[in-house]
Design a binder for this molecule. Structure first.
Ligand SMILES: [Zn+2]
Length: 419
């Protein structure tokens, strides 16, 4: 069989594995809580809180969709015309057209150009966050965060670009196989390494102080049978008023992280409810599920891009001879952008299902739907959520069930268990 035949076979195998893993690991059969409960919950929320959440999201919307549109247009303009390949060539010229310069510096230049052109929208977003009092760290802090995140992305991108184009040179007919394995490996590595290496760049983490709350949280984790190494507090308050908690890492790096803002804004019972939700993620191995789906998806994407990249009309458009050369990076980026746009709503749907399961876990673990609902109300208030967002926007991008869906789930649980 030819390398191309193997590629077709590998692509089909990866897609089947992805669908199978998604079918088995995602809790699809979880009907949303009754709409009547949702509407009842909505009516009980303070009207000014609902109005403020809606106004906030209306203010964010033009910038958000503007960034999406400009990002897509820039990617298509660079990738589907010779503009992008010429930019890569121009960046490589001072270095004698060396492939390493084209691959790493050219690739970074193309990514940076796309980032710079969407920067005004990011600034818009920050101005809205500041106006609504959600951002606390000012423009200096915002620029600092931006530079830090550019630096982190640039290091990861440089390694990935150098690795990828080394492989396309060393194995011109089989690079897609190594590329797929490398992409899958990178996803796994980032799941392990990200919490340890990258999160401290943005926040300081300290173990939660000993006291009744810490004791309650650790004993609840023990009762739940979830190995949690530590409960850490992140100093999120230096940039935001938003409250949150999350679980990150796999195995020995796994920890529950609680924002200091959550400790300040919520009652201990509500913090317990939030952490019970996070324990649900740990118990159901959601980080593993996400990592596995991400790794399979990344591998399938590499092989798919290779197959798509043998389409000569596309190569002609981009003014390149092969998708495997550094000059074709803008074409790859354009394809990845389009695939990402299509995959976004699917990822959001998967995420909402997983979050609904973690909510159900929190309700069952605490047996306290009243506090769960109070916590949802508070989260929505502090984070300026739209409690019942437009349907299309919810389906397009929401990673969590809406506030009224989550409140309604608590009411349904209370009814079923008679609490
Ligand atoms: Zn969650």
């Amino acid at each position: 069989m030819s390398p191309r035949g193997w590629a077709v076979l590998a692509f089909a195998g990866l897609v089947v594995a992805l669908l199978l893993a998604a079918a088995l690991l995602i809790p699809w059969a979880r009907p949303p809580a009754p709409r009547a409960d949702q509407l009842a919950a909505l009516r009980e929320l303070p009207a000014d809180q609902v109005a403020r959440g809606r106004a906030f999201h209306a203010a964010l919307r033009p910038g958000g969709y503007g960034a999406l549109a400009v990002g897509l247009l820039v990617a298509l303009a660079l990738g589907l015309t010779p503009l992008g390949s010429r930019l890569v060539e121009a960046v490589g010229r001072p270095f004698g057209d060396h492939w390493v310069a084209q691959a790493v510096l050219g690739g970074l230049a193309v990514s940076l150009l796309a980032d710079l052109l969407t920067l005004p929208f990011a600034a818009w977003r920050q101005s809205v966050l500041t106006r609504y009092g959600l951002s606390t760290h000012g423009w200096g802090g915002w620029v600092g965060d931006l530079l830090r995140s550019y630096a982190v992305s640039a290091v990861i991108a440089a390694i990935a670009l150098l690795g990828f184009y080394s492989v396309t040179r060393l194995a011109p007919r089989w690079w897609w196989a190594f590329g797929a394995a490398g992409a899958a490996g990178l996803v796994v590595l980032l799941s392990f390494v990200l919490p340890v290496l990258v999160e401290p760049v943005f926040n300081r983490f300290t173990p939660m102080e000993p006291g009744p709350l810490r004791t309650e949280l650790t004993s609840m984790a023990a009762r739940d049978g979830v190995p949690v190494r530590d409960v850490l507090v992140a100093d999120a308050s230096r940039r935001t008023r938003a409250v949150n908690a999350y679980v990150s890492g796999l195995g020995p790096t796994r920890r529950v992280v609680v924002y200091d803002t959550l400790l300040r804004e919520a009652t201990p019972a509500e913090v317990t409810s939030v952490v019970a939700h996070e324990l649900g993620h740990a118990k159901d191995r959601d980080v593993w599920t996400g990592t596995l789906l991400g790794a399979l998806g990344a591998a399938a994407a590499v092989v798919g891009l290779h197959l798509l990249g043998s389409w000569s009309a596309l190569l002609r458009q981009a003014g390149v001879d092969s998708v495997a050369e550094p000059r074709a990076f803008p074409l790859l980026l354009a394809l990845v952008t389009v695939v990402g746009l299509v995959a976004g709503p699917v990822q959001a749907l998967v995420s909402r299902r997983i979050e609904a399961r973690a909510d159900a876990h929190a309700l069952a673990l605490t047996g306290d739907p009243v506090t769960f609902e109070a916590m949802q109300r508070r989260l929505a208030g502090v984070n300026l959520a739209d409690p019942d967002p437009p349907r299309w926007e919810h389906l397009w991008s929401a990673s969590h069930p809406s506030t009224v869906e989550r409140m309604a789930a608590a009411r349904a649980y209370a009814r079923e268990t008679g609490r």
